[in-house]
Design a protein around this ligand. Structure first.
Ligand SMILES: Nc1ncnc2c1ncn2[C@@H]1O[C@H](COP(=O)(O)OP(=O)(O)OP(=O)(O)O)[C@@H](O)[C@H]1O
Length: 490
């Protein structure tokens, strides 16, 4: 039976079940592989039409001639017992073994059918899925992988036939599948980020008033706003393609909760411009602190240490939190935001990439280089090798900037790039203390020892060969072990 042939009563019951707790989002995003935007489109249409989002999803998916049995299998993978039960009258008896299997495996077979269903869903059922054919969908288009499909749109084996287990085994051993697992995990996270109304954000910023403009970046403007009685920074993305790309990456990758990572509160899509809403950082960016000396007193060494230490902490977390590192890809002072206590938070995940996948891999070979030239190492610029060592290199440049306030590129310097110049100074045996920010030199706030350490770390991190650079964990530990007067009073 095709989805569009589902009896009215069955469809209605299924929609009610999947609308509940927004379970339809998991079905759409994780199992049917719709993008976050498509899921949002469905959600918005449902709101506008005061209709069931599940009904809209099934209409859309059903237009691709998907069958009820396929949906049944997806619900099996969601372990959604009540939804499977509602579909049971519409599926062939051999598929109903899936439901029995789900129930008996979890020791709830003895209960009466209406009593167990809610319990079963709540218990987050675990099953052995190796014998279940897994339909693979790409953007809602059915691209069922081998074995070949039969006329019913599924592979020709019975759903409980163990010969089908090859499919999941083969696929799960590939690199792509690991990437898909990550995508699924990310998609689950994306779906939990609140979508906000564009008009509410417009009101929060006083109609995007100039007085609330915090700054401009490559993707658009950033405004200060008051949203739900909280101060927020709202990034209003400009051009369509860029905003889509930026929005997707931010939504997917700014999911890592950590003290030193800028939290994304929500987003808006579908209004005049796409928007990202972040925690407001009262002290702006490190870029502003380092460059706008007429506006600010120079940072003290304790403050510089707090910033360097916090960024190292955030980066080592991104690189080691899961088996696969998250490479930020655009570490620079403009992307390090400072709260009212000058605690740094890494922002702008627009260029972040997950990888390399697998312990045997050391880098990703990317098709295009993105980022900010003075912060990027040679192996990335020339050979497009992206690895956590790229972030380490960028961090090294930032360390030298924090200590010296020298610009990352200066055409009046014999060696314009700070990363190249500092390597040359190291080879020439320069005392790094002489590079201390001029505004601190000779004042009671000067700290030549700490300056030496900061620049030495910068030199180590910006080594030409990525194998010679430390990991962010090593950098963090080195900084953490530094002792200087006032450290414990910060
Ligand atoms: N959460 C925030 N709180 C306070 N100010 C912010 C916040 N986010 C950004 N800003 C300000 O807005 C400016 C522009 O930020 P944005 O991220 O758009 O650009 P960028 O990082 O400078 O450039 P690009 O995105 O092109 O790399 C920042 O330099 C900072 O001053």
């Amino acid at each position: 039976m095709y989805i569009y042939d589902l009896p009215y009563d069955v469809n209605k019951k299924l929609c009610r079940l999947l609308d509940n707790d927004d379970d339809w989002k998991e079905l759409a995003g994780v199992h049917m592989k719709y993008t976050a935007f498509e899921v949002n489109e469905i959600e918005q249409s449902a709101r506008r039409l005061a209709s069931s989002p599940t009904a809209l999803l099934l209409t859309r998916w059903g237009q691709l001639n998907h069958r009820v049995e396929e949906l049944y299998i997806l619900l099996y993978h969601m372990k959604h017992v009540p939804a499977m039960q509602s579909l049971t009258p519409a599926v062939d008896a051999r598929y109903q073994t899936l439901l029995r299997k789900l129930i008996t495996k979890n020791g709830i077979g003895g209960k009466d059918s209406t009593a167990f269903v809610d319990d079963a869903k709540k218990q987050k059922l675990k099953t052995d899925e190796s014998s279940i054919p897994l339909p693979v969908f790409e953007k809602g288009i059915h691209v069922n992988q081998a074995p070949p499909t039969s006329s019913n749109g599924l592979n020709g084996n019975s759903p409980t036939d163990d010969s089908t287990s090859d499919l999941s085994k083969t696929v799960s051993s590939t690199q792509d599948d690991r990437a898909n697992d990550v995508k699924d995990e990310i998609m689950r996270n994306v779906l939990t980020i609140p979508m906000l109304k564009y008009d509410d954000l417009k009101a929060a910023t006083d109609n995007w008033s100039d007085a609330n403009l915090l700054g401009r970046g490559g993707f658009g403007q950033v405004f200060k706003g008051v949203w739900l009685n909280s101060l927020v920074a709202i990034k209003r993305l400009r051009d369509t393609d860029a905003r889509n790309r930026e929005l997707i990456r931010e939504l997917c990758l700014n999911q890592y909760r950590h003290d030193n990572i800028l939290p994304l509160y929500g987003y808006s899509f579908g209004g005049a411009e796409a928007c990202l809403v972040y925690q407001f950082m009262a002290c702006g960016s490190l870029e502003q602190k380092l460059r706008s000396k007429s506006h600010y007193p120079p940072l003290t060494w304790s403050q510089r240490y707090r910033i360097a230490h916090g960024v190292a902490r955030g980066l080592q977390y991104l690189h080691t939190m899961t088996g696969t590192p998250l490479i930020h890809g655009d570490i620079k002072p403009a992307n390090i935001l400072l709260d009212q206590c000058l605690m740094p938070k890494i922002g702008d995940f627009g260029l972040a990439r997950k990888g390399p996948y697998g312990e045997e891999r050391t880098h990703l070979k990317v098709s295009r280089v993105h980022g900010t030239r003075p912060y990027l190492p040679d192996e990335y610029l020339r050979s497009r090798c992206l690895s956590p060592a790229v972030d380490v290199f960028s961090y090294g440049v930032v360390m030298v900037e924090i200590a010296s306030c020298l610009p990352p590129i200066d055409r009046n310097r014999p060696v314009p790039l700070l990363s190249d110049w500092i390597q040359q100074q190291a080879r020439d045996g320069l005392d790094f203390a002489s590079l201390e920010d001029r505004l601190l030199q000779g004042t009671p706030h000067s700290n030549p020892g700490l300056c030496r350490e900061f620049v030495a770390i910068g030199v180590h991190c910006t080594k030409y060969s990525r194998g010679d650079r430390p990991t962010m964990l090593e950098v963090y530990k080195r900084l953490d072990n530094l002792e200087f007067p006032g450290k414990h009073y910060m």
